[in-house]
Write a protein that binds this ligand. Structure first.
Ligand code: NDP
Ligand code: GDR
Length: 379
């Protein structure tokens, strides 16, 4: 065999690795955004369900698989069940090729430029990846004649409700997005519904409210708070700069929420579901809860040193408002009603707000301690 033959054979081997398993034909799932918070929890969950999991990963100059390294299997091992493919939601031909190779039973479209504030800085890219990226995947399913085989999950969001028209929000609440991210996700939501109605595709929107975890990106507010307070406690940073402390969110745990994605695709009919805890907290509440976990005292009345900031009893600034973190148009309040998911999917959240904050704070404290130890060892 020539090197070219060998390459070709390696490609076709990669397509159907499970065929060699003793007649166990696992379901195959393709996850876009597998390197992200939700992608990592979903990949773990699907592997436990016996799936063969394929993930789309972007090329980066540094390794970007930290969240899935613990489940990654070297393709040279016997019977690996997690495979990574280079790809990007902005590249249609690449998506078609990967989907053609994998022939997935289920696609979970979690890939996105997911930061609301950043979407004001990169609105066109956000639309390209979040809105058109979704269209590209749906078209790939059609072009490859997989419309009867492949089920599709779209990571829709409570950001669709934006400036809320009623409280709590459910599947009937009118949308009013407030950011380029929200608007891009609105397109994605509707194109999923349109392909379901026009082509009978099994395609679902999970309208998920905020969900967090120790794997949350460091610039989302919850993680920024637990990480920042952990570092303040160890003297590694003097204070924490935040934006709007009065914003209200319905925060759940990502591990709880990925279950609903799978459940939606196991129903007899495709539909859209709100996924939320129904409990709302302000950003300020989150700071208080994390401070309690980390044994930090915050005097919210302050000592008047900086009327925008919050001072500790010692007078040392812990949390300070930085207008740079305000958004040009803000989503002030969100809280969901997940009654439909509870009734039809039998889903309810299992991890409480207090447990979520406690897990995040404890993990960030450990990470900060490790960083401190390493920097001491180095110096
Ligand atoms: P993350 O930001 O943690 O992960 C996003 C993932 O998408 C990463 O793997 C990222 O890759 C990948 N990605 C970004 N741009 C592209 C692109 N152009 N092509 C391919 N992949 C890309 O988000 P979450 O895990 O928190 O969220 C998952 C999905 O759910 C997102 O679509 C988000 O918008 C949506 N959502 C999230 C909610 C939440 O509270 N977490 C709530 C509702 C919806 P890389 O690692 O290389 O950056
Ligand atoms: P959100 O999450 O915009 O709801 O989008 P984020 O944690 O970024 O903001 C929540 C609220 O906190 C306020 N806030 C700050 N936010 C950040 N990031 N940094 C700060 O310093 C800060 N200070 C206050 C924000 O103004 C906002 O009101 C997340 C993402 O995961 C989306 O992809 C997802 O669709 C929605 O949740 C549901």
């Amino acid at each position: 065999e020539t090197p070219r033959d060998l390459f070709r054979r390696s490609q076709s081997d990669a397509v159907e690795p499970s065929k060699t398993d003793d007649l166990i034909l696992e379901k195959k799932a393709l996850i876009t955004g597998v390197t992200g918070q939700d992608g990592s929890y979903l990949a773990e969950f699907l592997l436990k369900q016996g799936y063969e999991v394929h993930g789309l990963k972007r090329r980066a100059s540094l390794i970007n698989t930290a969240r899935i390294d613990h489940i990654y299997q070297d393709p040279h091992e016997d019977h690996p069940r997690l495979f990574l493919h280079y790809g990007d939601l902005t590249d249609a031909t690449n998506l078609i090729r990967v989907i053609q190779q994998v022939q997935p039973d289920e696609i979970y479209n979690l890939g996105a430029q997911s930061h609301v504030a950043v979407s004001f800085e990169t609105p066109e890219y956000t639309a390209n990846s979040d809105a058109l990226g979704t269209l590209r995947l749906l078209e790939a399913i059609r072009l490859l004649n997989l419309d009867k085989k492949t089920k599709f999950y779209q990571a829709s969001t409570s950001e669709l409700f934006g400036q809320v028209q009623e409280t709590p929000q459910n599947e009937q609440t009118p949308f009013y997005p407030r950011s380029p991210y929200g608007v891009a996700k609105l397109y994605a939501y509707w194109i999923v519904r349109n392909y379901r109605e026009a082509y009978d595709l099994f395609a679902c929107n999970g309208i998920l409210f905020n969900h967090e975890s120790p794997r949350r990106g460091e610039t989302f507010v919850t993680r920024k708070i637990t990480r920042g307070l952990a570092r303040i406690r160890l003297g590694m940073q003097p204070c924490l700069h935040l934006g709007n402390l009065d914003a209200r969110r319905d925060w759940g745990h990502a591990a709880d929420y990925v279950r609903t994605m799978w459940l939606m695709l196991q129903q007899s009919q495709a539909d859209d579901y709100v996924v939320a805890t129904g409990v709302q907290h302000t950003v300020r509440d989150f700071v208080n809860a994390a401070a309690k976990q980390l044994d930090i005292e915050i005097d919210w009345r302050g000592s008047g040193v900086d009327e925008q900031g919050i001072d500790r009893a010692t007078g040392k600034c812990i949390v300070k408002i930085d207008p740079r973190y305000f958004r040009p148009s803000e989503v002030e309040t969100l809280v969901g009603n997940a009654e439909k998911a509870r009734k039809e999917l039998g889903w309810k959240p299992e991890i409480s707000f207090e447990e979520l904050v406690s897990e995040m704070a404890a993990t960030d404290l450990k990470l900060a301690q490790r960083e401190l130890r390493l920097s001491k060892e180095e110096s």
